[in-house]
Design a protein. Structure first.
Length: 202
């Protein structure tokens, strides 16, 4: 029977610890920037301002900011894709992904601007994916939808595929495929109405 060298087991243990540490780190990353156009910046939680470019990562607490006629596309570690429109300010509030148990809890914030999201399926009842705007929240379970925050128009949700629950302090409404709803301060979200193709593609 072949005897393993004395250094084998310590080396093997160190290798496994490094492997699992890297895997855990990858799951903690909030997002990866896939592409940018125009002027796109990241304000780190430390208040340092970085240029956003392909390959740069965003972590919880970071804010992605696009200027006029600028945009960005990011991928979250669960595979969800987020397109950030011009004049937008988006932050990652929460990002917990546990692939071993098919669980994730992700929360994005949008202070102003527009997001278009393609969210991967939530496979457990205690998984969540939410987008928070001023005074309103959109909760999904796997869908493609737009989330807009205007300076005076409240929060608007446009759903292409799947279903989104739009809620605020005055009530909530489920928005289905090819539909839209608006949530304004002091009013329950509007009854969903059909969305036009231009709204869905914009």
């Amino acid at each position: 029977m072949c005897k393993l060298p004395n250094y084998f087991f310590p080396t093997f243990i160190l290798f496994m610890l490094a492997f699992f540490s890297l895997e855990a780190f990858a799951q903690q990353e909030g997002a990866l920037v896939l592409s940018t156009q125009g002027s796109v910046k990241i304000r780190r939680i430390s208040d340092v301002i970085d240029d956003a470019k392909a390959g740069v990562t965003l972590d919880v607490g970071d804010v992605l900011m696009t200027a006029k006629k600028s945009k960005a596309k990011i991928r979250l570690s669960d595979g969800s894709i987020v397109s950030v429109g011009p004049d937008s300010s988006m932050d990652i509030k929460q990002h917990n992904v546990d692939p071993a148990n098919n669980k994730k809890n992700i929360t994005l914030g949008l202070a102003v601007g527009k997001l278009w999201l393609k969210v991967t399926e939530l496979r457990t009842k205690d998984s969540t994916f939410e987008v928070h705007g001023p005074g309103a929240i959109a909760g999904v379970r796997g869908t493609t939808f737009g989330f807009e925050v205007g300076k005076s128009e409240g929060v608007r949700v446009i759903v292409d595929d799947g279903q989104v629950r739009l809620s605020n302090s005055s009530g909530n409404v489920d928005v289905g495929p090819k539909s839209k709803s608006v949530a304004k301060s002091g009013k329950a979200p509007s009854v969903p109405k059909p969305a036009t193709q231009n709204e869905i593609k914009s």
